[in-house]
Design a binder for this molecule. Sequence first.
Ligand code: TRP
Length: 515
Amino acid sequence: MAARDVWGSRTAFVLASIGSAIGLGNLWRFPYVCYKYGGGAFLIAYAICLLVAGIPLLMLEFSLGKKMSNASPGAFRGVHKNLEWFGWFAVGTGFIICTYYSGIMSYCINYFCYSFGLSWGNTPGEFFFDEVLGITNNPQKPWELGAFKWPLFAGVLVAWIWIVASIWKGTKTVGKVVWFTVLGPWLLLIVFVVRGVTLEGASQGLSYYLTPDWSMLWTINPGAGQIGAHELWLAAISQVFFSLTVGFGVMIAYGSFMDDRTCIVKNAWIIGIADAMTAVVGGFAVFGALGHKAFLEGVDVAQVVESGPGLTFVTYPEIINGLPLPELFGVLFFTMLSLLAIDSAFSLVEAMSAAIKDKFGFTHARANLTVAGVGLVMGLPYLLGSGIHWLDIVDHFMNFFGLPLVVLGTCLIVGWYYRASRMRHFINERSEGKIGIWWDIRIQLIIPAFIIFMLAFEIHERLKAPYGDFGLRSQEVVFGWAMLLLVLLGAVALSVLKGSKEFQQRQPASSEEDA
Ligand code: TRP
């Protein structure tokens, strides 16, 4: 087999994986999901899911990639030759996420420009929804698409060009780029946290964030308009996966570039903890700001804003307004957010194009341009007036259904078919820290059982109340499922296409080196 790209150094591998994990998921998605699902209770569920599922799965993905020396489709094909489609399904889910992720990046890039004049003024909420998005929020007319926002398009274009440029030279540059994209943002985040928690009234928000309402963790039927425990747990586990970039084939591809001496166990822990810390620490800034807003308006923290994908673009500008030299901090903040986002986005493009290169023997440039081109076009609908609404729906379906299904499949395939103990031995062979039998139990039993339960409850509730709390209309539910089905069909189609000679000749990893 041709030599694979390997990371320039071991630190580069860790940084690239951290770069993939830490992104908008931490500072954009985590706060609004946490806010929506009850603050403190969500935080507890999140921590448990991270330890029980997130970090063990990170180990699994790294080792699967390393073991099979292939990106996701080839790696699953290595387990069984009829499982290639599953690998494509994982990358496909990530790809759909990437199409709207670049939309959020475009908001960041636009906000970078707005920061110079503090364009959001004293009403960041109205500015965001009315002026930046030109939102059409008419429940009677879900198909009212609204105007196409050209400034957002410019932002998306910049995002994609930037993504492709960052990975143009493969893993060698990725290793260097991430030094800036990971370490720089942390310094700035600290400033925002300090400002957020010292705003007047912040304590109210922080107590919502840090004081769990325990009963939320087990009350499945809390009554109309409340959040059931199954939904809270599903939101928590999918946020963990989303944030760690687990279940998208990305960490499989990154694992396949690992050198032989990289400690899988230790690195999974470092990455998992660093990622969670970024989200949780960032949460202090956001909840401080929410408390401040609640204080000013004399309302309850839980009611102060409508939680959704717009939250970050409302709360952070408010924090910025309260800082000395707000323009400077605005510019720095949105630079940071874009930097965090870029390495998450390119990790998926990298995983997708590694898969295409592995299978079809495309050149690096051709693979990247294809992925970026298709991604750009598929992201255009999110730039319409109704865009953020569709973004929310796609995000919900991909993360509440697609992602758990991918992880469930991964656990069943690797845990039972390939056998968890076999993978554990492989991990332990190349790790200083060893993992024990508990790892097998999580992969084989706990995680699958957990996901099956949550999904069953969620689907059951959805069938009972199709117009549920999300205010989803039936067309939108159909749209969400159709989207998932399309990803599945696309995955099957890609797996059926004939690959390069080298790829076709790959044999399932038999017992070669399982001594
Ligand atoms: N982990 C990334 C973050 O926290 C988000 C992410 C997960 C992602 N999967 C992705 C981004 C696929 C783009 C494509 O921001």
